[in-house]
Design a protein around this ligand. Structure first.
Ligand code: SF4
Length: 367
């Protein structure tokens, strides 16, 4: 049975027209020197350029190290390839039984109806698949993907990802949500998006109505810097949350963007202030041409450790790594407990003080 039409709608005309998509456009907007335009276009052959007016307005052109520009303005280093980097760093392909589906864990599945985005993030882990030419599911492919979800009794949660699912028209998005809502077994629908910060004008009453479902539906905002939560973005978030949609966040740990405790603290506080619960802090994946964004894991753990004393548990994300090859997420800690000999654990408090804690009978202790 055909449930929904083939997808993807164009961006709102005004935003689409004003989105910067070439080195020349970046130069004309003052975001790069005209002499850098050709290099930007060369990098764009690995991942298209798209910078919406809202994102462009956040860039401080007087700051050569601006953390917003760093995320969206192409860098010649994207052409550098490191041995450990991969075209499919988290192994989507190894877990994709059919187009648009990634089934990595038994109880949940990724559904990727479109691979377009409002902006193209230079560190994207799917940079070899996203873009205006990244493709959308045909009507038949989408029906097959929904049939796959319908026919797998173990699936309880569907995560709409891509690309950015909120690039779909409200009508088409609503048809997908309705199709999932009609599957009694599905308990959670999750939508991962950058739209509220990159193109907040898309969060309209119509789009919010399309997300109305009897099934619990969460929107997970991809946000990497506190300045991304500008007034229009906050208004879009407010509209979503006021409609009853709970929001979570995911952040990518990025060198020169948010890899210092002050910025990360400000981001996490801003998210919670706007009623978004921080969910994941992702260690940057081994996507090709993104080495200049990656920190060490030791630096990430130290950053998480320093956050512990600065912000409440409500503000703390879980620091995770997607294991290359498609083996899912691993939590990177740090944890505050270690073995301290027979019958004793050693716990570390937020100031770094250590304390012995008695192991109960049956506590597993390492040898
Ligand atoms: S919005 Fe997400 S999928 Fe799209 S380019 Fe950015 S990180 Fe990649």
């Amino acid at each position: 049975m055909s449930v929904v039409k083939p997808i993807v709608q164009t961006m709102t005309a005004t935003v689409a027209a004003r989105t910067l998509r070439s080195g020349a456009a970046l130069a004309a907007a003052g975001l790069i020197d005209p002499a850098e335009a050709a290099a930007a276009d060369a990098a764009a052959r690995t991942l298209p350029i798209a910078i919406t007016p809202e994102i462009a307005a956040l860039i401080d052109v007087t700051d050569a190290d601006d953390p917003i520009a760093r995320q969206f303005v192409p860098d010649p280093r994207e052409l550098e390839r490191r041995d450990e980097e991969r075209t499919d760093p988290i192994g989507d392909g190894a877990n994709s039984p059919l187009s648009g589906i990634v089934h990595r864990y038994p109880d949940r599945v990724l559904l990727m109806p479109a691979m377009t985005c409002p902006v193209y993030c230079r560190f994207c882990f799917r940079r070899d698949g996203v873009g205006p030419e990244g493709g959308t599911l045909s009507e038949a492919e989408l029906d097959a993907a929904l049939d796959y979800i319908r026919s797998h009794d173990e699936i309880r949660e569907v995560i709409l990802s891509g690309g950015d699912p909120l690039m779909l028209s409200p009508r088409r998005l609503g048809a997908i949500v309705a199709a999932l809502d009609a599957m009694a077994r599905i308990e959670i629908i999750r939508i991962h998006t950058r739209v509220p910060v990159a193109d907040p004008g898309r969060i309209t009453d119509k789009l919010i109505a399309a997300l109305g479902a009897g099934t619990a539906l969460y929107v997970v905002l991809h946000c990497n810097h506190p300045r991304e939560l500008a007034p229009a973005a906050r208004e879009a978030v407010r509209a979503l949350v006021d409609s009853g949609i709970p929001m979570l966040s995911q952040t990518v740990l990025l060198k020169g963007v948010n890899d210092d405790a002050d910025t990360m603290e400000a981001l996490m506080r801003a998210l919670v202030r706007n009623r978004i619960k921080p969910y994941y802090l992702h260690h940057a994946d081994l996507a090709r041409g993104t080495g200049h964004f990656r920190t060490t894991i030791a630096a990430g753990r130290a950053l998480m450790g320093s956050l512990r004393g600065r912000i409440s548990g409500l503000c703390q994300p879980s620091y995770v790594l997607d294991v290359p090859g498609g083996f899912g997420k691993a939590r990177l800690g740090p944890i505050d407990l270690e073995d301290a000999g027979a019958d004793t654990f050693r716990v570390t408090d937020w100031r770094g003080g250590t304390h012995d804690y008695p192991a109960a009978a049956g506590d597993a202790k390492a040898d």
